[in-house]
Design a protein around this ligand. Sequence first.
Ligand SMILES: [Zn+2]
Length: 293
Amino acid sequence: MGCDRVQLVGTVSFLLLLSSAQGWGKDGHAIVCKIAQARLSTAAAEAVTKLLPESAQNDLASQCSWPDDVKREIPWSSSLHFADTPDSVCSYDDSRDCVDQRTGIKNRCVVAGISNYTNQLLEYGSYTDSPYNLTEALLFLSHFMGDIHQPLHCGFVSDQGGNAINVLWYNETQKLHHVWDDSIIETQFQKFNDDLGDLVDAIQINITKVWADEVEDWEYCSNNEISCPAIYASESAEDACKWAYKDASEGSVLEDEYFFSRFPIVNFRLAQGGVRLAAALNRIFDTQYPVLI
Ligand SMILES: [Zn+2]
């Protein structure tokens, strides 16, 4: 998958939003962005500071859910939050899966979203008046890099990435998609008496340099790519089959057995999202930072 520019700007449709386009909840997105911002090089950190609105007070995490807040104002963006696959297919295929299911328009999925906003951000510093709003591009890229690591963002089309599957999460009726967006993170806070900062710290402690280098520099992610979203989508599709959908069908009661075996997967994907977002921003904004070769 190359990072070819896709033309997403200016195409507005008024179709209903798909409910599968939710993403991690606010906490999940904030965790990815906190991990990423802490790993930026000096040049990349400066660019992010300049692009963030002043009200953000240089806190990328405070803005990372913005694309979820504007789906109604920017309806064409809703299909960019996910990339679902056919039933029981546990890998992502660009030509098959990167399509807006409502309109049939190709190159409308989270993989294309990441490529598109990466390309827009590469114009940073090269034009006095870029045709793009690079603040929005930064927020979209940061958000979509989180979304693509949520396994049910590459779930199945027929159940809208788990949105059409109702389960009992302990005592609470919940959509399976929501369990992965929010409930597994929230239950960690309750069971471990943690808050968001504690969870970020716990995840960061586990990010060793060797692990981060591996996550950033996939040997099969070559050709000078800034990032490799098609690979991240395939990982999510595999995790969706292996962990999210497994033992979780309509009416399932999900309790400790499911929670304790799945929360490490959630934390692992949040860590990968954060490390890869940082690597992408470093490659975009910092000419000193090595690209993938
Ligand atoms: Zn989203």
